[in-house]
Design a protein around this ligand. Structure first.
Ligand SMILES: NC(=O)c1ccc[n+]([C@@H]2O[C@H](COP(=O)([O-])OP(=O)(O)OC[C@H]3O[C@@H](n4cnc5c(N)ncnc54)[C@H](O)[C@@H]3O)[C@@H](O)[C@H]2O)c1
Length: 344
């Protein structure tokens, strides 16, 4: 890192906490301010993480010379305005996914503005910075499972905090909000395009109005004919479930998180690899940080210092979002939609 960076965190909720608790004590980082609509939350964060100031509005920090980076950990429907403001003020932005609320016009504007800007913009696809995911990608690219034929990913949440999840679902259904991570994983791990997406949506709980979805299953085809299934739902009656499995013609790999294991939890995440060539099962200990917020911020700093084009690139994040939005429409139509080449 070439110098000290002044940071403003906007949004002191669930993911805002994950961001700040991993960065506030680092050399080269100065937390200038924490911002939240709720002044009590912002004040608490300022005390806890040593921010010089707190506020309910981020605008006063846009023209401050001691601020370099904004972190937008706010609702998706505020991301586009924060981006516009940051670009106009010449500030860099680490923006939580999804880029915007579920709306093609906003997504397109976000992408176009960010692409043309002098400011650096990184979309927070945190799995890109998780060393277990990085290692599994390498294994798949090196042929550990042969030709990828099937990817099965489930991420269901049993809701304990209806207000939070209800608010998130005003902007995006769960399979769009979380789906952007896993559509990106499928493209990133395989290097392949997603050529079509189908979907089936459900309303399991009562947090979303009639006609909206709190659960969905997307089924995608990769360019080699492989299938990708992604399921996500948030409801009081859904059981939490997490499956990440990658199957090829020569074996399969499962990522088993620390929290999902009964034994050997202290070892961290597991990579469970079965090779059908040898008939052997391998268990690889992977002591990674699930949400490595520090590596993610360093990725943006590398972009600012001209050392990286970011991970994911804006193009990869945009494509994942557009495919997720197509998946949402596929759910609405109970149909399979082709993915246009520009988003594949
Ligand atoms: N990368 C991940 O793993 C991950 C996980 C959870 C959420 N997220 C994303 O992070 C974003 C926030 O989700 P969350 O779960 O932290 O929500 P949350 O409800 O826990 O927190 C959001 C906070 O932001 C504040 N806020 C919202 N808009 C604001 C604005 N314009 N100005 C000031 N304060 C504002 C709210 O008051 C709230 O305290 C969403 O886009 C969500 O998809 C990402």
């Amino acid at each position: 890192m070439e110098r000290t960076y002044g940071v403003v965190l906007v949004g002191c909720g669930h993911i805002g906490q994950s961001h700040i608790e991993e960065i506030y004590f680092r050399d080269g980082i100065r937390i200038v301010a924490v911002v939240d609509f709720n002044p009590n939350t912002a004040q608490l964060f300022a005390r806890k993480y040593g921010a010089a100031e707190y506020n309910t509005d981020y605008h006063p920090y846009l023209d401050r010379n001691d601020v370099d980076i904004f972190i937008a950990a706010t609702y998706a429907n505020s991301h586009l305005q924060i981006l516009r403001d940051c670009i106009q003020a010449g500030k860099h932005l680490l923006c939580e996914k999804p880029m915007t609320e579920a709306n093609e016009a906003d997504a397109e504007e976000f992408y176009r503005l960010a692409k043309a800007a002098k400011s650096k913009v990184l979309i927070a696809h945190i799995l890109r910075h998780n060393s277990t995911y990085q290692r599994v990608r390498e294994m798949i690219r090196e042929g550990a499972i042969g030709d990828v034929r099937l990817i099965r990913m489930i991420q269901n949440h049993h809701i304990m905090n209806p207000a939070r999840y209800g608010r998130l679902m005003e902007d995006c259904p769960p399979f769009v909000d979380c789906g952007v991570h896993y559509i990106d994983v499928a493209r990133w791990f395989t290097g392949m395009k997603v050529v079509s997406v189908g979907g089936i949506g459900s309303r399991v709980g009562n947090l979303v109005p009639q006609g909206h979805f709190d659960h969905g299953i997307l089924n995608m085809k990769l360019e080699n004919g492989a299938s990708v299934i992604y399921e996500a739902g948030w409801a009081e009656s859904i059981a939490a479930q997490n499956l990440k499995e990658f199957i090829g013609d020569k074996g399969r790999i499962r990522i088993v998180l620390q929290a999902d294991r009964n034994e050997d939890r202290e070892e961290g995440a597991l990579i469970a690899w079965y090779s059908s060539d040898t008939g052997e099962y391998h268990t690889i200990n992977s002591p990674s940080i699930y949400k490595n917020m520090w590596q993610q911020l360093l990725c943006l700093i590398d972009m600012i210092e001209g050392k990286s084009e970011g991970s994911p690139t804006l193009d990869d994040a945009y494509r994942a979002f557009r495919i997720a939005l197509l998946g949402w429409h596929a759910c609405e139509q109970n149909n399979v939609l082709p993915v246009p080449e520009e988003f594949a």
